[in-house]
Design a protein around this ligand. Structure first.
Ligand SMILES: [Zn+2]
Length: 337
């Protein structure tokens, strides 16, 4: 490693740590209290179901690694957590989904799981923007400052959109206005926990609409996805805004075909690998589906992060539930050059 590389990585880590420290206030609108470290999915009954000796595997950006991403064995306390709420809001707001019996037919249950996903995403985007703002203040030529500026501005726009969305969810919780559509299903147990956003519109579609309109789209059509272990099975929840129902219904329904679960399995495999960075894995899952082919997961992530390569709603023929998954994935050629 040359000294520029090490210097750059050091500056990045320093700014990321200070970016995290700057996020102190509870996310609940108007609450002045200091936030505490809380889990995106509760430890008891969910995260502890897939952890061994209180450890899980995370997949993270690592600036000290040459290819920038790495799987890491992480303590349960650190994995899948963020500083979002004060003690009162963390306890009060999510009380209904923290108890032993969770009623998945309830609109509020689904809403609360989605709210946590939204706030976690806000937190991640804040860390991302603050890190870039900190690097921009540094007197250094190691970074492309125009790029940092653009990344910071884009993250702030995304935070505004997410705040609008969390506002709608909080309104729903108080008013029973039901502005969202939720679908959930039980899957055979698999050692994955993820919460994720997925923009339904493809880049090509967005470009086309914006060209016709002559201006930027005011909002994208987002799908919110949560997968987690629950009572010896795995739960999948997909949510979207009711105003998008006509557009996304057919696509989302494919996850819930009871006569052909294979379609669902393949879709969640693709989404986990290509579209979602907020995920943790159990030791068993890591050993069976990841160990030895880590490079392929990293390649897939880098492929997706490249603006030129968008597979978006495409789904490859890979399925975590197949015994041949590793071979199928290794043999997959997604290099669209
Ligand atoms: Zn609070």
């Amino acid at each position: 490693m040359n000294s520029d590389f090490i210097n750059k990585a050091r500056q990045y880590i320093k700014c990321k740590n200070s970016a995290k420290k700057r996020i102190k206030q509870c996310f609940y609108p108007g609450c002045p209290n200091e936030s505490i470290n809380s889990h995106i999915l509760q430890r008891q009954g969910i995260l502890d179901q897939i952890s061994i000796n209180s450890h899980l595997w995370t997949f993270e950006k690592d600036v000290f690694e040459e290819n920038e991403f790495a799987f890491k064995r992480t303590g349960l306390k650190k994995a899948f957590s963020f500083n979002g709420f004060c003690n009162t809001h963390d306890t009060e707001l999510f009380k209904e989904i923290e108890s032993g019996m969770i009623d998945f037919t309830s609109y509020r249950t689904n809403l609360l799981f989605t709210l946590r996903t939204v706030y976690d995403e806000i937190y991640k985007k804040m860390v991302y923007a603050n890190t870039r703002d900190c690097l921009l203040k540094n007197d250094t030529t190691l970074f492309d400052k125009d790029k940092l500026q653009e990344e910071s501005e884009n993250a702030k726009l995304a935070i505004d959109d997410l705040n609008t969305l969390s506002g709608k969810i909080l309104y729903d919780l108080d008013n029973n206005s039901q502005q969202f559509v939720f679908q959930n299903r039980t899957l055979p147990q698999i050692g994955i926990c993820l919460s994720s956003f997925f923009t339904y519109d493809t880049s090509e579609e967005i470009e086309q609409i914006e060209k016709e309109k002559g201006s930027n789209l005011e909002r994208y059509t987002e799908l919110f996805m949560t997968i987690f272990p629950y009572k010896n099975n795995t739960k999948l929840i997909i949510a979207y805004e009711k105003i998008d129902e006509e557009k996304v219904k057919d696509y989302v329904d494919e996850f819930f075909l009871s006569n052909n679960p294979e379609i669902c399995y393949k879709k969640i495999t693709n989404l986990t690998i290509f579209n979602c960075q907020n995920k943790v894995f159990s030791e068993d899952f890591f050993n069976e589906k990841i160990r030895g082919i880590e490079y392929k997961y990293i390649e897939a992530t880098q492929f997706m992060l490249n603006e030129e390569n968008k597979i978006e709603r495409t789904s490859y023929d890979i399925n975590f539930y197949d015994n041949s998954f590793k071979d199928d994935f290794v043999g997959l050629n997604f290099q669209l050059t």
